[in-house]
Write a protein that binds this ligand. Structure first.
Ligand SMILES: NC(=O)c1ccc[n+]([C@@H]2O[C@H](COP(=O)([O-])OP(=O)(O)OC[C@H]3O[C@@H](n4cnc5c(N)ncnc54)[C@H](O)[C@@H]3O)[C@@H](O)[C@H]2O)c1
Length: 312
């Protein structure tokens, strides 16, 4: 497989690049290094074709799509709070970039595009578990832009004859993650092992999937059957836990005792109270997660400990 990974210097993108190389793919990477950084690609730098470029420019994306079979489009604004603060940037990084990939793929003979979509397309669904049939109803500019990306993918796939599969990623975590809850809890606990501040009431429910399992799922989506030219899959572990449960798993893995949990009572705009997704559709295609939450958290904490002081 000749793969193009946009956003390949980011958290998930860089793990995906490593995994695709392990599978024997030839990998081209495009990233503007706004949020990602080259250090994420240190282990593979000599084995990839790296381009520092902004995928909101169509001519740049067209130049990248030559001799490519599959595009993994991961470049985006990945932050819900940032999308609330700067919706125009979110729209450009997410929607314009996706349109560019789809337009460039039209003439380049691209076989398939795998889009990094998000659980954000569901908003705050009342249904549990969330399946791919659950209605979409975004509650943030980010969720709206990801849903717009999916709409473009569906329409372009039907018009131009390639296949697009959207990965509705829930909460991916692991080494090199530069933000979000597991990263934040780790740093707060290392700074003050006696207390942990938790946003909201801690009852929010989430499904955390280690990034090694996330990228195995994403690579798998390059080959799953795609009967109607467009399809989408939840990317999750199948085990939902509360934020308080996660805190206890982390506290145990960090071998801390007597940590007092403190709750802010208020969370941020766009933070859904509960996400209990079902990965059954993906599982039916032969993918299974390999790491439990406890194993994945231990792996991540070990990486953070070993890289204290780095961007992780
Ligand atoms: N991390 C998660 O749990 C999660 C959940 C749902 C969806 N996603 C999606 O997965 C993808 C990767 O997320 P991540 O957590 O690795 O985030 P990330 O910020 O680490 O990665 C995004 C990368 O895209 C690059 N980028 C942004 N705009 C660009 C542009 N205009 N041109 C070129 N490069 C650009 C950034 O520099 C960064 O390296 C995103 O599309 C995100 O929306 C992630």
């Amino acid at each position: 497989m000749r793969a193009l990974v946009t956003g390949g210097a980011g958290f998930i993108g860089s793990h995906l690049v490593e995994h695709l190389l392990d599978l024997g793919a030839t990998v081209r990477v495009a990233d503007n290094l706004e949020m990602g950084h080259l250090g994420n690609l240190d282990a593979v730098r000599s084995g990839i074709d790296f381009h520092e470029c902004d995928v909101t420019h169509l001519d740049r994306v067209e130049a990248l799509c030559n001799d490519i079979d599959v595009v993994f489009h991961f470049a985006a604004n990945a932050s819900v709070p940032r999308s609330v603060e700067e919706p125009e940037k979110d729209f450009s990084a997410n929607v314009i970039s996706t349109a560019n990939v789809l337009i460039a793929a039209r003439d380049a003979g691209i076989r398939r595009i795998v889009l990094a979509s998000s659980a954000g397309v569901y908003g705050q669904p009342k249904e549990e578990p969330i399946t791919e049939s659950t209605p979409t109803a975004p509650i943030s500019p980010y969720g709206g832009s990801k849903l717009a990306c999916e709409g473009l993918c569906q329409g372009y796939a039907r018009a131009y004859g390639y296949e697009v599969v959207a990965a509705r990623i829930f909460n991916s975590y692991g080494p090199r993650q530069p933000r979000y809850i597991i990263h934040d809890f780790y740093h707060k606990l290392r700074q003050d092992p006696t207390r942990l501040e938790i946003l909201g009431d801690g009852k929010q429910v989430r499904d955390f999937l280690h990034v090694s399992d996330t990228v195995r799922a994403i690579a798998h989506l390059a080959d799953v059957a795609c009967e109607y030219g467009f399809d989408y899959y939840n990317i999750s572990s199948g085990r939902a836990v509360s934020v308080v449960d996660l805190a206890h798993i982390m506290i145990e893995a960090m071998e801390l005792e007597g940590v007092e949990l403190e709750f802010t009572g208020k969370s941020w705009v766009g933070d859904a109270p509960n996400w209990v997704p079902s990965p059954a559709k993906l599982r039916a295609t032969g993918w299974e997660p390999r790491l439990s939450l406890e194993q994945g958290v231990a792996d991540t904490i070990q990486w953070f400990d070993e890289h204290a002081g780095s961007k992780g």
